[in-house]
Write a protein that binds this ligand. Sequence first.
Ligand code: G6P
Length: 612
Amino acid sequence: MCGIIGFAGREEAAPILLDGLARMEYRGYDSAGIAVRSNQWGLQAKKSRGRLERLYELTHGGKDLDGPLGIGHTRWATHGEPNDCNAHPHISEDGRIALVHNGIIENYMEIKEKLIREGVRFASETDTEVAVQLLAYYYKQCGSMLEAVGKVLHRIEGSYAFGIICADYPNALIAARKDSPLILGFGEKGNFIASDVTAILKYTRDVIYMEDGEIAVITADSIDVFDQEFTPIEKKVNKIEWDVSAAEKGGYAHFMFKEILEQPEAIRKTIAPRIRDGKIIFDNFLITPEELKNLSRIYIIACGSAYHVGAICKYTWEKLLRRPVEVCLASEFRYSDPLVDKNTLAIIISQSGETLDSMAALREAKRLGARTLAIVNVVGSSIAREADQVLYTWAGPEIAVATTKAYSTQLILMDLIGLYLGDLLNTISKEDYQIILRQIETLPEKMRACLSKLDDAQYLASRHFNHNSIFFIGRNLDYAMGLEGSLKLKEISYIHSEAYASGELKHGTISLIEPGTLVIALGTYHALFDKAMSNVVEVKARGAEVLAITTESYRERMEKIADDTISVPDVHPILQPSLGIIPLQLFAYYVALQRGCDIDKPRNLAKSVTVE
Ligand code: G6P
């Protein structure tokens, strides 16, 4: 989704802005632009539809725009089609103010009509332009930029992260935030604003997280934060621990491939700090054993792949905790009048910590009295800060839109939490606790073994990349894992694909199976392996070609029926999806590669969905 960067410094801003935008490309965008204040020329802006390369060409790598103060933006169209004109920054009619915006101004029509009646002429179809024209309107009246910004913030409704520069203020950049992330960064050659830490990681690790309702003034030497009445606020400076190289491709063709390979290390980092002397440790866990016993309901709420982690946990946690666990799509939960009370635990899973529906679901759960726990990858993100407690996944920055290592770390962290709670509740035996925990520790090594068989997935992808439709079938944990396998495939290869619970085949889906249809049969869940085999026989009888995923100990049996079989190491059933997903990720990757797709930036998708 949209990305913002701003720089107030002692060197040319434009190349820094372009570099920052390039680092946020992964978020998804359809147009981009920058505006820089030059001593000689005043405000200069360049914008362009399409990829950032065009903006590089248009500005000769930024050389055409001189000046040490500027803002930049990658846009993901909501109001108005993606074109040069609707791209940000938007400039006031008098050319003196430039503004970039993430979020949506809900009452923009009403304000626009009023401004048009006042004689203001609009250049774009966007809601954002209203903000800059309104700002110019107030600025003319009061002569103070800060005061005018304050008035705009009182007048507009909706969500925003703003970056603003004005021709009359050679040194200062203004930022404001409500319901859309924005951070402030202290650099050696100047200071920054950014919607995403990866944009500025190369320049600084010292950041301030802006809160809703805050306004900031950034110069090359200072960052001052105020509330909406302009009372100064003391802010904490946070250190970002992420490694810069983790957000760079480092010789790999795609971030997605690099991130698939990083999974063993990512899960190791997520597991290691939480296991001490053969026990799982969560310091100050938000629920005491006593409260845990009184819990009436556990909700797991998320979107996309994070929801698929929840789909697996429904099965595993109910086994471990002997308590009902409901898994909800965040977009549904928030409008479903959910049965939440103070004895409810609501767990929000989100890589970015900024997904709007997940954020809204968290607030709804809190409003209804639930205890809230966030499982988040991005430190300091909105969901992390608003939940009663946050437990971080330590996947490091994930750049590819299609998640892999964030998904895996979410899954393993949820396994650890499930096991921890099962132990507190005494719903699993000490013996099982120890067996599962020891096996969790072996997972990075076993994952490496799965990754060493890249060739199998590559070969099978080269045979199957031309299908129009691919079905995933499985039961129980295999079904839940299939949901993620199918999503991976469709989002990056654009092949239609669905995951079905095998038992449902006969209730309709089997009518879609015809000679040559590719069915990916998941048979890693031993307890239901025989049933899985029956389903394979069923689809084979209708002419399907079957690619099966199973475990090493069941490989021989599967090979007798399936056309091709990939096996993964055996591990405790609860943990098996952590391994089974690897060949599915690799298969999706290689299929997309064969089809020549833009793997890291699939069409129409965004890494972090910050609008509804
Ligand atoms: C987008 C991403 C997915 C992600 C989902 C939820 O659709 O492309 O990879 O699973 O959002 O994002 P979150 O940041 O909340 O995990």
